[in-house]
Ligand binder design. Structure first.
Ligand code: NAD
Length: 318
């Protein structure tokens, strides 16, 4: 692995998820490297502590899957990669928008079967639409700039507005106004107790008929059953998601020969105006290189006993 050349750590790769049951695989190691869908709850942490793991090096930015309180209690340090490529995620959000609006996923399949008809391929322009950005941190900021480039009116909600964006002509509005005015609403906030199921019957009923909802952040920002109701009654026009509330049981695996035991995602997959990708927004060559480098540097900083800016702890979120 290229990023390890400078450090020469002994690395061992395991296929499965990190769960209380697989935590035993860490016996004999000093650190564990984990990702978004690993279950780093108290039970896993207790097992890791038993095997003398002192560091969890997350190779992602989000850390909502880590029980930070118990990590602190067990003296396990948690480091993350706070930023690797906001462009990768923002561009994926745009890819979802363009695919849904121009039905390129359908056109691709049709043409491969020599069906050159244009029936039911009428799309919509992105130019001139009002785009709502929910959370204007690193990713939301890049996304806002991209949508401005399309000639959209970009409005945003964030408890901490960004002056640079305001200077670029992006107007901050209240959360409810954002839901009300957006033709396209894209979620770019973290999953916290405040944002859990921020998209629900109440907020969906504020949205314009036929609006598009995009989520590349975290599945639990959305109440999926409520979204299905709004898709079914044709209030919500399009849904593009890279994340799903129950994705731990599904994503990052090939289940094509299995019966999927999740009726909600099966139902979502039947809608012609729903596009689902399996948490791949981060997956570009550039982002992977950055993730690997920062992860190795995080481990090195910990090994040297230095304080890292990339540490996440309970104090950090309170
Ligand atoms: P960031 O920390 O730079 O920005 C988050 C923004 O959300 C901040 O400006 C913050 O003020 C704002 N925010 C916090 N609470 C809010 C609330 N209640 N309502 C509205 N806004 C709120 O994070 P980022 O790097 O831009 O990443 C955003 C999210 O994207 C991450 O939390 C993660 O869940 C997700 N993500 C997904 C992928 C993927 O592959 N799909 C990859 C990386 C990150």
């Amino acid at each position: 692995m290229q990023a390890n050349q400078k450090f020469s750590y002994e690395l061992e790769f395991f296929e499965g998820q990190l769960t209380p049951k697989t935590a035993g695989l860490t016996a004999g190691f000093q650190a564990v490297c984990a990702f978004v869908n690993d279950q780093i709850n108290n039970e896993t942490l207790e097992a890791l502590a038993k095997y003398n793991i002192r560091l969890i090096a997350l190779r992602c930015a989000g850390f909502n899957n880590v029980d930070l309180e118990n990590a602190k209690r067990l003296n396990i340090t948690v480091l993350r990669v706070p930023a690797y490529s906001p462009h990768a995620v923002a561009e994926h959000a745009v890819a979802l928008i363009l695919t849904l609006s121009r039905k390129t996923h359908k056109a691709y399949n049709r043409v491969r079967e020599a069906n050159f008809s244009l029936d039911r391929l009428v799309g919509m322009n992105i130019y001139g639409k009002t785009v709502g950005v929910f959370g204007t941190g690193k990713i939301g900021q890049v996304f806002a700039g991209l949508m401005k480039g399309f000639g959209c009116e970009v409005i945003a909600y964030d408890p901490y507005p960004n002056k640079n964006l305001e200077e670029d002509g992006i107007k901050y509005v209240s959360s409810s106004e954002l839901f009300r005015r957006s033709d396209i609403l894209s979620l770019h906030c973290p999953l916290t107790p405040e944002t859990y199921q921020i998209v629900n019957n109440t907020t969906l009923s504020l949205m314009k008929k036929g609006a598009m909802l995009i989520n590349t952040s975290r599945g639990k920002l959305i109440n999926t059953s409520d979204v299905i109701t709004f898709l079914r009654n044709k209030q919500l026009g399009y849904l593009g998601i890279d994340v799903y509330a129950e994705e731990e049981k599904l994503f990052f695996r090939d289940l094509s020969e299995r019966i999927i035991d999740d009726e909600i995602i099966m139902q979502l997959m039947t809608f012609p105006n729903v596009l689902i990708t399996a948490h791949q927004a981060f997956l570009t060559q550039e982002a992977l290189t950055e993730i690997a480098l920062t992860t190795m540097e995080n481990i090195h900083t910990f090994e040297k006993g230095l304080k890292s800016q990339n540490e996440v702890s309970v104090e950090y979120i309170h």
